[in-house]
Design a binder for this molecule. Structure first.
Ligand code: 13P
Ligand code: SF4
Length: 433
């Protein structure tokens, strides 16, 4: 890694808290250890999802032992390195792009959710896969890894508020209502009335639902190719949980916005609207990407003439339309890596990734579109203290926080994932803008 010249998100938040940084954060509570939230009422904790509704029954993290809460960063660093060294090839640590730098520095692989699930396969000797990401990512890694490999989520409260916006019962209700309106019969070309497509950011149960109902999984890198796969087999698509990725991808494929109505049980659609729909969009969203706005883009263009604005397709449609390019985390990383020196980039994605890119590419000026420091609440629940705790427990032979998807769910979910793998990946959402 090149020399660092930009503070990490954690360092910036600590400085804001003591009045030594000019930036603002969305919550002064971000400077506290996440174990404070383990002891409180179940919630996502401070950060972008703090206003979101946590479903009952979401996994809760027990209290982190005091020795890890009290340890200084230097002590935790020594303990993590020692445990990792002692475990050797028996453990692999995966770090999502949005994870804090203070955890990423221990990761054997850093990447997007799907790259990380695949990366685990390259370490066949690893008995344990410590996934420093969120719950649905750990579930996917469990389904794609060997059954004797344990996937560990260092803090069980690291869910994903978007994934939590669609549950199996409500999707099943929606599916039944859609079939009441559309019937079950295929058209003359053999296409089903509707095909379910779930974003990777969803529970294993919903991936299993797609596997069982002729559907498929997509990521933000392959959503257009997956939708084309679905339209070869169906007249319409039910896309969940992220309305924005569905709408942005459908629009880039030429589907009129009025043929992509929102499915919200509180506001039922008419039978005619369901018939006319090409994509029925679930009412989910990401609270990190919802923060980006056209006003922020206008300001970036005013203050930084020549700036390139790149946003993630979980951002609202108006933001994607106003940006220069839109694409997955991997697309954003590659766009910066391949840019000629001296560029100015305003990035619309999670702040930890943006600050890291700013550090890694000092030849560019890189900043987050959102001036307020507001990380993904759930990624932020993973702190070096939890990593030290799970690694030292592994060293003693104790597997903590194992994420296991029952085979009854994993079998159909793998069908939907394999369908996705069979789809030839194509260019990103909007590479020509
Ligand atoms: P990736 O699929 O690119 O890892 O993104 C996951 C995510 O949570 C985006 O908000
Ligand atoms: Fe979920 Fe959004 Fe966080 Fe990604 S950034 S894990 S979609 S809440």
């Amino acid at each position: 890694m090149k020399e660092q010249n930009v503070l990490s998100v954690d360092e910036t938040i600590q400085l804001i808290q003591i009045g030594q940084a000019t930036q603002t954060t969305c919550s002064s509570k971000l400077s506290e250890g996440p174990w404070v939230w383990d002891a409180e009422q179940p919630a996502y904790g401070p950060g972008a999802s703090m206003g979101d509704h946590l479903p009952t029954g979401s996994p809760q993290q027990g209290i982190l032992p005091g020795e890890y809460q009290k340890a200084t960063p230097a002590e935790l660093d020594l303990r993590i390195r020692a445990a990792k060294h002692a475990l050797g090839e028996r453990v692999v640590i995966l770090g999502h792009f949005y994870q804090r730098d203070e955890v990423i520095k221990y990761a054997d692989f850093v990447g997007d959710s799907f790259q990380l699930a695949q990366a685990a396969k390259t370490r066949p000797n690893a008995e344990s896969i410590v996934f420093c990401g969120v719950h649905f990512m750990a579930e996917t890694a469990d389904m794609l890894s060997r059954s004797d490999q344990a996937v560990i989520l260092p803090n069980l409260a690291a869910g994903c508020s978007m994934a939590d916006m669609a549950d199996l019962d409500s999707v099943t209700d929606c599916w039944e209502q859609l079939h009441e309106a559309l019937g079950e019969a295929p058209d003359a070309g053999g296409r089903q009335p509707i095909i379910p497509v779930t974003y990777m950011n969803s529970s294993a149960a919903l991936k299993g639902f797609c596997g069982e109902h002729g559907g498929i999984v997509c990521t933000s890198s392959n959503a257009a190719a997956v939708l084309r796969w679905a339209f070869e087999r169906g007249q319409r698509v039910l896309f969940f949980p992220d309305q924005h990725l569905g709408r942005n991808t459908g629009k880039a494929m030429g589907i009129p916005v009025d043929q992509m109505p929102l499915w919200d049980p509180a506001k039922p659609l008419s039978a005619a609207a369901i018939q006319d729909a090409k994509i029925l969009l679930w009412h989910g969203f990401c609270s990190v990407h919802k923060r980006f706005s056209v006003e922020q883009i206008d300001r970036a263009r005013r203050e930084h003439p020549g700036v390139q604005v790149i946003v993630h397709p979980e951002s609202p449609m108006a933001v994607v339309d106003a940006a220069d390019a839109a694409g997955s985390t991997d697309f954003i990383v590659k766009a910066i890596a391949s840019a000629e020196a001296g560029g100015t980039f305003a990035i619309g994605t999670e702040i930890n990734l943006v600050q890291r890119l700013a550090n890694q590419y000092p030849q560019h000026s890189i900043f987050c579109l959102d001036p307020v420091i507001c990380p993904c609440s759930t990624m932020y629940r993973i702190h070096p203290g939890y990593l030290a705790w799970v690694l030292e427990s592994l060293e003693r032979g104790e597997v903590l926080n194992r994420i296991t998807v029952p085979e009854s769910v994993a079998i159909p979910a793998r069908v939907a994932l394999e369908r996705m793998l069979s789809v030839r990946p194509d260019a990103q959402l909007d590479p020509t803008k």
